[in-house]
Design a protein around this ligand. Structure first.
Ligand code: SF4
Length: 383
């Protein structure tokens, strides 16, 4: 591995992720940290989230540019509970409103009045867990809403004046993915995130032996780009499509390997190294404990990341985006010179027209995006 003399320090965090683990249902394909709500547990969660926000803000005062409430289902919090966590964030880092503040929401958890309330509280964007517009697909996925609810929720979100993103799951057995994609785009969603169903170990789907047809998943991946493009939504990351002016500002924090604060049980973040981290550490991954340890105030698990590992992470996430990876920025952040460090992976991917290198920026071609995991393996194998 070829490295320059010193990496530039990772700039302090300007983004915050808050994990809200409560859900109205427990979906059989989901491997996120989630649970059903119980009044005492939610009260303890809100109190601990406020305390953790104060601790984090004292150490990392911001200012923040993006706040993302994910889960779980943040919209499953009641108004007073959501107000309390938004207030805690505002106390720590200043008023929301000027930032991009996203709340993940499920259909059946909000109406026009709640959306207006969220907007008044500084929320600017709703990420709608719509998943499908087909009743049979939603039932298979274990969702409590139906197709009509999904489209009604999308209409209400679009009418609220908030930025809106809709999640669609593809490659579900029995699904007509094109019908879902067209319904969501035709309704006017300016941002659509498309995820192929994956069967994660230890989920009910895995235990039941549910399988995903790989060819079908690949076809749906192509279909998503083509169908959404008809409605003016451009794919700007493997799973994300937007009309001009409607791209997420928070998600690129992950794709570019920028620092992000983690708040809430099992939340993951990335922070600048501290003086007592091992020599060569360029960033530190942090992972909060799950709810029991988190409520006790147990500290996050810290994993120091060296320049080599950070360069590979940045290639892995950056090549998923149309913006690609600026190799000069990669060198500055990691002290790794990619052409010298990965000569064979680069040469074979450029020769095979899977990657392009233009003005110092490395990007995946359309063919490369289809086989991105195999392309990335070449870099990991050489690293
Ligand atoms: S609503 Fe989302 S986070 Fe909750 S169980 Fe379903 S897929 Fe998982």
């Amino acid at each position: 591995m070829t490295a320059g003399p010193v990496a530039s320090p990772l700039p302090p965090p300007r983004a915050l992720y808050l994990h809200v683990p409560f859900c109205p249902q427990v979906c059989p394909y989901c491997d996120f940290h989630k649970m059903r709500r119980h009044p005492d547990l939610v009260a303890a969660y809100v109190a601990r989230a406020a305390a953790e926000a104060a601790e984090l803000a004292a150490r990392w005062p911001g200012p923040l540019r993006t706040v993302y409430l994910g889960g779980g289902t943040p919209s499953h919090l009641r108004d007073d509970e959501l107000d309390a966590v938004l207030d805690a964030i505002a106390r720590g880092w200043g008023a929301l409103g000027g930032l991009e503040t996203t709340v993940e929401a499920d259909p059946l958890t909000f109406d026009a009045a709640r959306l207006a309330r969220w907007r008044d509280r500084g929320v600017t964007r709703v990420s709608l867990g719509l998943q499908s517009t087909q009743d049979a697909v939603l039932a298979l996925l274990g969702r409590t809403h139906r197709g009509r609810d999904a489209l009604d929720a999308l209409d209400a979100a679009l009418a609220s004046g908030l930025e809106v993103s809709a999640d669609v799951i593809t490659a579900v057995p029995g699904q007509d993915a094109e019908r879902d994609l067209r319904a969501v785009a035709a309704a006017g969603a300016p941002h659509v995130s498309v995820y192929g169903l994956t069967i994660e170990a230890h989920t009910p789907f895995a235990r039941r032996g549910v399988t995903v047809d790989d060819d079908r998943a690949a076809d749906d991946f192509e279909l998503a780009e083509a169908v959404l493009a008809e409605y003016g939504l451009e794919r700007y990351e493997v799973s994300n499509h937007a009309r001009p002016g409607h791209r997420s500002r928070h998600n690129p924090v992950y794709w570019k390997g920028e620092a992000c604060l983690a708040l809430g049980p099992s939340a993951a973040g990335l922070l600048p190294p501290q003086p007592d981290d091992p020599p060569g550490t360029v960033a530190v991954r942090v992972q909060n404990p799950t709810i029991k340890g988190w409520l006790r105030g147990d500290p996050p698990e810290r994993t120091p990341v060296d320049g080599r590992a950070f360069a590979l992470e940045k290639l892995m996430t950056g090549l998923r985006t149309v913006a690609g990876v600026d190799l000069g920025e990669l060198r500055a952040a990691t002290a790794i010179d990619a052409p010298a460090a990965f000569p064979r992976a680069l040469a074979s991917s450029l020769d095979g027209a899977l990657l392009t290198l233009d003005g110092g920026t490395l990007r995946a071609t359309r063919a490369g995006t289809r086989v991105l995991n195999a392309v990335l393996r070449r870099f990991f194998d050489e690293g």
